[in-house]
Design a protein around this ligand. Structure first.
Ligand code: NAD
Length: 366
């Protein structure tokens, strides 16, 4: 439908920004356009109560602008809660650039994007996400200081994946402690789905602990590479949701807990790195609770990456990064206790703790 065939009555029903399903009282949404470089971007600033809104930039060939807008709204909101629950003085933000990163990304376009970021005077700080590289962040750094995830030789904090994996491992141990009374993972059967940057690093921690690890990936070469390094089993079946296991660690894509899988899953615990593991937070969170499967909220246990980026802003050393990441263990246990005490899902308990931190700071600021 084009604008000229929509009546003003219909237009008034659409509410193009503030009426979007993913709109959640975002503070600011910035639409960026530059004819010369072809840049079309949206910066979403969800909440800055705890600090500047920090979150990566995603470059993606969205089917239309609605998709891009919804993505930036959803992702920036997620960053608010991830940083809040981790105890970082950061708000939530995210940016999307509309286009194919392989064919449409140029240094000029990245610099122009950096200028838009700069125009926000630090209310939004960018970083890497899908379609971006450390080199792209270095390019943005040429025009603005409000960027993280730059190269180590330029003062950046380097690859976040091992830190993310360590945080996931901490969250998994906390889940084991809550479920089995001990956080020792020796002899526990763990299925790691997706053995990319984070997954492989997680496998290493699990092997050191003596867990029985099975790995699954769509990339056969990766499976062989990882098996050559560690004493793991490659999953050879058709559907890992039909397999009995102690712990399921989703480390590939999101939404693997969905209507098709949730009733089959035979695990005691879900703890992994993937973002948005539950296709429907409310419905699938509740179903897991009913089935007695303990879910370690993804945005809590995969926060190692944002801790690593935060370190760049605060000039933390590696020790402080590890200490903060280790603390994911305590926070995860706190969430499980809260969920049990209030008879709510672990996801709801995690969100409520994050919101409390924001509300407390808001009151202090008044
Ligand atoms: P990656 O791209 O390095 O690895 C992903 C792996 O998953 C690849 O080996 C890929 O082949 C595999 N995969 C894709 N689809 C699959 C499928 N259907 N079944 C099995 N395997 C499949 O990504 P990563 O950096 O390791 O991140 C993994 C997940 O963790 C992502 O969801 C990411 O958003 C999330 N995450 C990563 C970080 C980080 O620091 N890298 C931080 C927070 C969250």
């Amino acid at each position: 439908m084009t604008l000229d065939v929509i009546s003003s009555k219909e237009l008034s029903k659409i509410d193009p920004v503030f009426g979007q399903i993913s709109f959640d009282n975002h503070e600011q949404i910035v639409f960026c356009n530059d004819k010369d470089t072809g840049l079309k971007a949206i910066i979403g600033i969800h909440n800055t109560v705890l600090g500047p809104a920090l979150g990566g930039t995603r470059m993606w060939a969205y089917n239309n602008e609605w998709e891009a807008l919804n993505d930036v709204l959803r992702l920036s909101r997620g960053m608010t809660f991830k940083s809040a629950i981790t105890g970082l003085n950061l708000g939530g933000g995210k940016a999307v650039i509309i286009g194919d990163a392989k064919t449409q990304k140029t240094p000029e376009l990245m610099k122009k994007f950096g200028e838009f970021v700069h125009s926000l005077s630090g209310r939004y700080i960018t970083a890497e996400d899908v379609g971006m590289t450390t080199e792209d962040m270095d390019t943005v750094r040429e025009v603005t200081p409000y960027v993280t995830g730059i190269s180590e030789n330029k003062g950046g904090a380097g690859n976040p994946s091992p830190i993310t994996a360590y945080g996931v491992f901490m969250g998994m141990k906390a889940a084991a402690k809550f479920k089995y009374g001990s956080d020792v993972l020796e002899d526990k059967s763990v299925f790691v789905q997706g053995i990319g940057h984070v997954g492989e690093s997680l496998v290493e921690h699990l092997m050191n602990e003596g867990a029985k690890v099975t790995i699954a990936d769509i990339n056969q070469e990766r499976l062989e590479e990882v098996r050559a390094k560690y004493d793991v089993t490659i999953y050879g079946g058709q559907d890992l949701f039909n397999e009995p296991m102690d712990i399921y660690a989703p480390c590939a894509l999101g939404a693997t807990i969905n209507d098709a899988t949730i009733h089959k899953l035979q695990a005691d615990i879900i703890a992994g790195a993937a973002n948005n593991q539950l296709e429907d937070e409310v419905k699938h969170g509740r179903l897991l609770q009913e089935r007695g499967i303990l879910y370690a909220p993804d945005f809590l246990i995969n926060a190692g990456g944002i801790i690593n980026v935060y370190a760049e802003l605060e000039n933390y050393d590696k020790q402080e990064i590890m200490r903060k990441t280790e603390n994911i263990y305590n926070t995860t246990l706190e969430i499980f206790d809260r969920a049990k005490a209030n008879n709510v899902t672990t996801n709801v308990a995690a969100m409520s703790l994050a919101k409390e931190r924001i509300e407390t700071r808001k009151r202090e600021q008044q």
